[in-house]
Design a protein around this ligand. Structure first.
Ligand SMILES: Nc1ncnc2c1ncn2[C@@H]1O[C@H](COP(=O)(O)OP(=O)(O)OP(=O)(O)O)[C@@H](O)[C@H]1O
Ligand SMILES: [Mg+2]
Length: 256
């Protein structure tokens, strides 16, 4: 799905070659500060390399329009973003932004699907203001707060909360969720978008071992059952060894 050649970015990344297979769960492991988030951001064009090539689905990344790319390949940011409103509103925000919601998209020109959670100040490297359009504070983008969606969507939301062991009701206030609950809510938001591929930056960092296992097995099942392609950054070697089809280590990727 991705092929990278001679990628360089500042002093942070220097990767001679990297290949990520489609329909597989690839885990990227590496110590803190090794450039994992920076690499994911290269994959969805939030950052551009100083030199080198990144090819996604047979086409060089520079020829992908950013919006189309992020619709095809949404990214779960390392720090989850929760909008004011209910859990339901928050889960549905991904659909609205990707333009695939059943009640219209609410998407305006320049809105970037999948990426809204990523444009958090201080969330990661290299995001200057204006790189990604900012969601209006205090507003779930494109959502109709408090409105209950049709039955299939509502059933799917409940199913996702259950699979992710988020023991809350869709109508509960999302603002009061704990860090780990927020993380799972943002995984549900991403999964509901139902794209063929996605990038996830530490989706289980704030979770205890059992909950982490549940989330990771759920992600693995999306790959096995539905043929999705997931690229997951994780700190957990245990997780990678249990769930991944392929493990990439930042240390091994780097030019020695
Ligand atoms: N805009 C920037 N300018 C200079 N250095 C940066 C910039 N952004 C990130 N860095 C540095 O690049 C390195 C890699 O950052 P990155 O966020 O990709 O690491 P990471 O592997 O995701 O770490 P963690 O596991 O802690 O999330 C860090 O040393 C960081 O301080
Ligand atoms: Mg990181």
């Amino acid at each position: 799905m991705f092929e990278v050649q001679n990628l360089r970015y500042r002093h942070i990344l220097d990767i001679p070659y990297l290949h990520i297979r489609p329909h597989a769960l690839t885990c990227i492991l590496g110590e803190s500060g090794s450039g994992k988030t920076t690499l994911l951001k290269m994959f969805n064009r939030m950052l551009s390399p100083d030199s080198g090539r990144i090819v996604f689905q047979g086409r060089e990344l520079e020829y992908w329009a950013s919006v189309a790319l992020r619709r095809t390949l949404p990214m779960l940011p390392q720090t989850p973003v929760i909008f004011p409103g209910s859990i339901r509103d928050n889960v549905l925000a991904g659909l609205r932004l990707s333009g695939s919601g059943s009640r219209g998209t609410g998407e305006g020109p320049g809105k970037v699907p999948g990426e809204v959670p990523s444009n958090v100040p201080g969330e990661g490297p290299g995001e200057g203001p204006g790189k990604v359009p900012r969601a209006v504070p205090g507003e779930v983008p494109g959502a109709v707060p408090g409105k209950v969606p049709g039955k299939p969507e509502e059933d799917r939301i409940r199913e996702l909360l259950d699979a992710l062991k988020l023991k809350k009701k869709p109508e509960d206030n999302a603002q009061v969720l704990s860090g780990g609950e927020r993380q799972r809510l943002s995984v549900a938001r991403l999964v509901l978008m139902d794209t063929d591929a996605a990038l996830l930056d530490e989706p289980s960092a704030a979770l205890d071992d059992n909950t982490e296992d549940a989330v990771l097995h759920f992600l693995a099942s999306l790959v096995r059952r539905e043929g999705k392609t997931l690229v997951v950054v994780t700190h957990s070697r245990h997780m990678a060894e249990t769930c991944a089809d392929e493990i990439l280590s930042m240390e091994e990727l780097r030019r020695s």
